[in-house]
Structure formats: C-alpha cells, structure tokens
Write a protein that binds this ligand. Structure first.
Ligand code: NDP
Length: 329
C-alpha cells in the first residue's frame, strides 16, 4: 500500500518536498470495517488550509501521517454488514491505495447510473457546492446577472451553467487563460474574460456593463473588490472560497471598497457545503436530469498515479485543471 504523508508544513506556496510517499502493509478489516482499493481521489483547494497548523472548520493534517480527502474505490474485503467485495463506495480516505474504513464512513454508489468519477465531481460535493451556493446562499432569481470567478474550475463551471438553467439573464465568468475563456463560452456563459488581461474591475465592467446582482466568489482579493464595485443595490455574494490568498503569508489587502456594502445594502454570505446536505436529494435529482438531457457538461482533469497526487494538488493551485482535478490511484 502506497500513501502520501505530509512531510513538512508549507510556508507560502507548497512544493513536492512537503510530501512523502510511504509504503505500508495492506490493511485487513476488523469487525464493522472494510478495506477499499481506491480508484480515484479528489484534490481540493481547502486541503491547502489543512496543511497549516491552525484550527479551522476542519482539523489540520498531522505531520508524518497520510493526508485524507474524498475518494472512491472498490471494496476488496469486508467485515461490515451491507458491504461486499465489488461494491463501489465513496469515502473520505484518499491519498492512499488501500483505505481501512468503518462502515459508517462509506457510502455505496451505483456505477451503472453515471461514470464513477461523477460522484467526486458533478454529482458529488463539488456539484452540491455550486447548487447550494448559487440558489440557497445567494438566492439567485430568474432575470438576474451573475458573476462567478474560477469559472472554468470544478465548482465555477457548474455555477455558470446552473445559473443559465435557472433563468439568469446574463452570466459572466473569469478564468486564468484564453483556452479557459473559450471553454466558458462553449458552456453557455454570456461573457468571459481572462483575469490576466487587465484589472478585474475593468474587465467585469466591460462584461457586465449594467452591473451584477449575484457574485459567486471562489477567488477573493481583487475579484471580490471588483464584484463589490459592480454590484447593484441589494446584490448578494456567496463567499465560497478565496483561493487567491490560500498561499499568502500576509493578509490580503483587497477588498478595499468594503464600505460600499453599506450604501448598496449588499449581502456577503460565507457558507460551507457541509451545512447544505438537506438539499442533496433535490440537487442529485435535478443534476442527473440535466446530465441526461445534455444541458450540463462537466470537465475533469485526471492525473495518473498516487505518486503524482502531490503534483496534481500543486497543479490545481496553479490553475492547470479544467473542471474537476482528480487522481486515478
Ligand atoms: P477549481 O477546480 O476551481 O480549481 C481551482 C482554480 O482556482 C484553478 O483551476 C485556478 O484556475 C483558480 N485559481 C488559482 N489561483 C488563483 C488566483 N490567484 N486567482 C484566480 N484564480 C485562481 O477548484 P474547486 O472548484 O474545487 O474550488 C473552487 C473554490 O471553491 C475554491 O476557492 C474552494 O476553496 C472553494 N470551495 C468551497 C467549498 C465550501 O464549502 N465553501 C466547497 C468546495 C470548494 P485559473 O486558471 O482560472 O486561475
């Protein structure tokens, strides 16, 4: 069994030296447990925060111990009722080839309903984040103008498509390359820009000349500042993530225009997808329908080999992914 340990806590941008590949014996299940041969694992921006030794909404990763995170694989041994070898399960012990799990930490998925990777992306936590953030947290209504950052990423690309399907009048996305901007147009975004091409504030004004009603924030910093500037009165922002500052060693300077929140009566609302599990069934039903009739497309960037999982994680922070970044274990 090969697994990836946290060898040292990164200061600023992580490097491959922060990780170590370790060989351990393949585990055997005790009563109530199962062993899963992982097939795919997720790398996610929030994992960067867990590499710091600070208390947050999830505990920090321990040094010299395997990392963890969303994963999917096949049960190879089971001492738990309701699970048998061959079952495909979703669980939270990625970053290793073989996971030893208590049965309550595993959820069976149906591999005949969708490609299995979809359970880690469009039909999983990623999709629910987009759906709950846009509809529940920001309360998007038909006819509104929506702006989403990191729009070619896993969450962002779904936010834009869901907004269109729910009747948004104008959907704008920002992303980090010309190829990503082109992809956003193909996905049905009304306007898109590369945030390297000029000040975000200016690019957003050009893309949404009449202002925006809803901002889905994945980036923070100058993107959030630009959104506050472009918000119409009573605009709402769902604050999902601030990836632009996850590797900062000093607090970010922007947004400098927070006082506008008062005059425009804006709502900036942070959220965690874990609090929105109540929407899961509605979300899965609706998203499965959109996938079936082709109204939602999703991208995945798949890196091969557990030994390359750290590189996949670093690539995610650098923006090398289109859609969901996954590792084929
Ligand atoms: P993505 O697939 O969007 O990947 C991250 C993307 O962020 C990269 O592809 C890159 O794209 C972009 N990025 C990186 N650095 C910067 C920067 N400095 N400025 C602008 N863009 C940058 O990841 P996810 O879809 O998994 O996550 C998106 C966001 O949602 C993250 O902030 C994450 O933390 C958050 N999140 C929050 C959840 C919650 O419960 N609140 C749950 C899940 C995710 P590009 O090439 O465009 O720069």
């Amino acid at each position: 069994n090969r697994e990836i340990h946290l060898a040292a806590r990164p200061q600023g941008w992580p490097t491959t030296d922060n990780f170590r590949l370790v060989e351990t014996p393949v585990p055997t299940p005790g009563p109530g447990q199962l062993v899963v041969r992982n097939q795919y694992m997720s790398v996610d921006p929030y994992m960067r925060g867990r590499m710091n030794d600070v208390k947050s909404y999830t505990p920090p990763f321990a040094l010299d111990a395997p990392l963890d995170g969303g994963a999917l694989g096949e049960v190879v041994a089971s001492e738990a009722d309701g699970f048998a070898p061959g079952d495909i399960v979703l669980h939270a012990l990625g970053w290793r080839e073989y996971a030893l799990l208590d049965a309550k930490g595993a959820r069976k998925v149906d591999p005949t309903l969708a490609p299995v990777t979809a359970y880690l992306s469009v039909l999983g936590m990623t999709g629910l984040t987009a759906y709950a953030g846009l509809l529940d947290v920001a309360g998007m209504k038909p006819g509104e103008t929506v702006f989403v950052s990191a729009a070619a990423g896993a969450v962002g690309s779904l936010v834009g498509q869901i907004a269109k399907l729910k009747g948004a009048a104008h959907v704008v996305g920002s992303a980090g390359s010309a190829a990503k901007v082109e992809r956003l147009t193909a996905l049905g975004f009304d306007a898109a820009f590369d945030y390297h091409d000029g000040p975000v504030r200016q690019s957003l004004k050009t893309a949404a000349p009449d202002g925006i009603d809803v901002y889905f924030d994945n980036v923070g910093g100058d993107h959030l500042e630009a959104a506050i500037s472009s918000m119409r009165p009573h605009g709402r922002a769902a604050i999902c993530g601030m990836i632009a500052q996850y590797n900062d060693t000093e607090p970010a300077a922007a947004p400098r225009n927070l006082a506008m929140v008062i005059g425009k009566r804006l709502t900036l609302r942070g959220f965690l997808v874990n609090d929105h599990g109540g929407l899961r069934q509605t979300f899965v039903r609706e998203m499965a329908g959109w996938l079936r009739d082709g109204s939602v497309s999703y991208d995945e960037t798949i890196v091969d080999g557990i030994e390359n999982a750290p590189e996949a994680f670093l690539g995610l922070l650098r923006g090398e992914n289109l859609g969901k970044m996954l590792v084929r274990v």
